[in-house]
Ligand binder design. Sequence first.
Ligand code: ADE
Length: 264
Amino acid sequence: MRLGIISALQEEQAGLVEAMRGPSRLIHGKREYFAGHLWEIDAVCVLSRIGKVAAAMTATTLVEKFGVTHILFTGVAGAGDKSVRVGDIVVAESFVQHDMDASPLFPRFEVPLTGLTHFQPDQQMAVRLSGAAHDFLELDLLEAISETERREFRLEQPRVHRGLVASGDQFVNDRERLNAMNDALPGLVAVEMEGAAVAQVCFELGVPFAVLRTISDNANENAAPDFMRFVKSVAAQYAFHITRRMCRDLKDAPLQFSSDSAGT
Ligand code: ADE
């Protein structure tokens, strides 16, 4: 197994490259890739930057140029539903591109000429990731995030959600827009800007993948103010510890061969 780990922003991947054994830095195009071992798993870390094209390009390069066999995306997202709170974790069960609309030629949300609107992560990877996320909340949270920060960001008993994640080239900070998305996309739990693009690439290339998102905001008018501070002091800790748990678990119990990245 060779695991590609993508985050959109530097702040979301803080600490991972430093934790790497024998890292080598490789430049390809306008991105820096770090290849080495993370908790004994052969891994390549990279920052995609923000948006679907950036994420698709990065995922494709990881597979085609760096030979990764699996992809893990970690980062932050806006809450897609009232039951999802800042500080909660979402492990995606399915992805849709909320800004894909080639109607009337194709149904809304359908990726033209694939016949698909929704793309699913690898079931085995998502189950492992969600296990790592639960263990993190139960065993690491109090140590990983200081009491001051837990209080400041009101992290009270964060939870792990599985569900639909919608991606598009738009930072959602408008309640009306989120309501419209909720009406059109039942079961929505999070909104972000990359996951569905990685999902489509992994579907097309037959590469298993999973996506972890820490909820940073409510995708409404208050979405922006504390965003960067939250990413640095909370989301980066979540991503680091959950990735560590996931790598250790993959080392102890390797994934069974499967390529069930699917679409519906
Ligand atoms: N990533 C984090 N918060 C987001 C939001 N509100 N919209 C899109 N992407 C996000």
